[in-house]
Each structure stands twice: as structure tokens, then as C-alpha cells.
Design a protein around this ligand. Structure first.
Ligand SMILES: NC(=O)c1ccc[n+]([C@@H]2O[C@H](COP(=O)([O-])OP(=O)(O)OC[C@H]3O[C@@H](n4cnc5c(N)ncnc54)[C@H](OP(=O)(O)O)[C@@H]3O)[C@@H](O)[C@H]2O)c1
Length: 191
């Protein structure tokens, strides 16, 4: 007989990969929007510092794991899904050194019937590769490229606030593909 699972969360569930770095403000904003936020990261102390900054610390759940370790990653995601339900929103910032991480994280979504959204944050150089990210039919796929800022005397990479604000805008306005900052001219990117 199938066991009935009682979810420990009645809010919409967001999963943020890399949520204690440049996406930290996105995590706080999601909590303000009434999401329960699961955060994939490695450094538990950094996560606890982030959690303590929020007036609703119980709205965060850490999935502390190195996303290069496929088995552990799948285990942590499965645990979060069991306790808090399949996420309605996934915000993903994963280094290119872990190409298998996102497909493994998305594996449990293949059976999801309700619509859900993936905000896929990628670095500047991914813009020129335009890789195909396979997602289930129920997924609204949104892509965010991180660009740079051209200034009078050169150029610089985006600040955390600029990145977070860009991602929040994509969620609010539901843009399909966005560049935060600029990628042009490519020759002017910071070295
Ligand atoms: N314009 C661009 O194209 C571009 C692209 C990339 C980065 N940048 C800039 O470069 C800066 C540094 O980038 P960053 O990637 O260090 O960003 P970050 O967002 O500040 O930190 C990475 C995030 O991912 C988590 N993480 C990293 N490796 C992980 C792993 N193996 N397993 C699980 N979680 C992991 C980290 O958690 P832990 O700390 O707990 O590991 C942290 O939450 C950024 O602040 C950004 O401004 C710009």
C-alpha cells in the first residue's frame, strides 16, 4: 500500500541552487513573496548567516551538498520533495564544471502535472553556445545570461545586487530570455 505523505509546508515551494551567493537577495525576496525556499549550497554556516538575516528564518531549508556529487544531490532533492513538495519555481546558478547537476535536480519533475517554472541563470560565454536544456512539458523555461557593464574607462562584471535585481525582474515580468547588463561589444568584457 502506498504511504500517504503529509507535506510540512503549505506555501509555494522554490528551490534556489547557489542561493547563498549572488542569488541571496532573490531568496529573501522569494520569502517576502510567501515562498518556502530550499537552498542548495555547500557551506552551512553561510546558509545560517543568510537565514538569520530574514525575519522569517523558518521559511528556508538548506540542502547542503556539493552538486558535483550526483548521488548525494539526488538524495537531498528527493528529501526536500518528500517534505515540502515538488518546487513550483527553480532558480538555478550552477557552474559549468557540473553539467549533470541540473538534469539530476530536474529528474523528479518529469511526473509533475502542474505547471512550474525554471529560471536558468548562465554566465556570459554561455550566450554564444546557446545550449539546449531539456525540460519536461510542464516547465516554463526562462533563461538569464549574466553580462557585464561598460563604463567610461573600461568595463566591470555585474554586482550581486544587479544580478539579483535582474533575476527578480525576470520572475516578476516573466521574460523568456534576458541579458542582465550587456554582452556587447564582447571585446569590451572585463578581462
Ligand atoms: N557576468 C558573468 O558572466 C558572471 C558569471 C559568473 C559569475 N560572475 C560573478 O562572479 C562572482 C562569483 O561567482 P560565483 O559562482 O562564486 O557566485 P556566487 O553566487 O557568489 O557563489 C556561488 C553559489 O553557488 C554555491 N555553490 C558553488 N559551488 C557549489 C557546489 N559545488 N555545490 C553546491 N553549491 C555550490 C555557493 O554555495 P557555497 O558557498 O556554500 O559553496 C553559492 O551559493 C559572482 O558574484 C558574479 O558577480 C559573473
Amino acid at each position: 500500500m502506498k504511504k500517504e505523505v503529509v507535506l510540512m509546508n503549505d506555501k509555494p515551494h522554490a528551490l534556489v541552487i547557489g542561493g547563498t551567493g549572488m542569488l541571496e537577495r532573490v531568496c529573501h525576496w522569494l520569502v517576502e513573496q510567501n515562498y518556502f525556499v530550499s537552498v542548495i549550497n555547500r557551506n552551512r554556516e553561510k546558509f545560517e548567516r543568510m537565514r538569520k538575516k530574514n525575519s522569517m528564518p523558518d521559511s528556508f531549508h538548506p540542502l547542503t551538498v556539493d552538486y558535483h556529487d550526483g548521488d548525494q544531490l539526488q538524495g537531498k532533492v528527493a528529501e526536500a520533495v518528500t517534505h515540502f513538495g515538488l518546487p513550483d519555481l527553480v532558480v538555478s546558478w550552477i557552474h559549468s564544471s557540473a553539467p549533470d547537476a541540473l538534469p539530476l535536480i530536474l529528474e523528479p519533475f518529469k511526473d509533475r502535472q502542474e505547471p512550474w517554472k525554471l529560471i536558468h541563470v548562465q554566465g556570459s560565454s554561455s550566450f554564444f553556445v546557446k545550449e539546449n536544456t531539456p525540460v519536461p512539458e510542464t516547465c516554463a523555461y526562462r533563461r538569464v545570461y549574466l553580462g557585464f557593464v561598460v563604463e567610461e574607462n573600461g568595463s566591470r562584471w555585474l554586482t550581486h545586487d544587479e544580478i539579483a535585481n535582474g533575476v527578480i525582474k525576470v520572475i516578476q515580468r516573466d521574460y523568456k530570455e534576458t541579458v542582465v547588463g550587456t554582452l556587447k561589444p564582447w571585446s569590451k568584457r572585463p578581462q
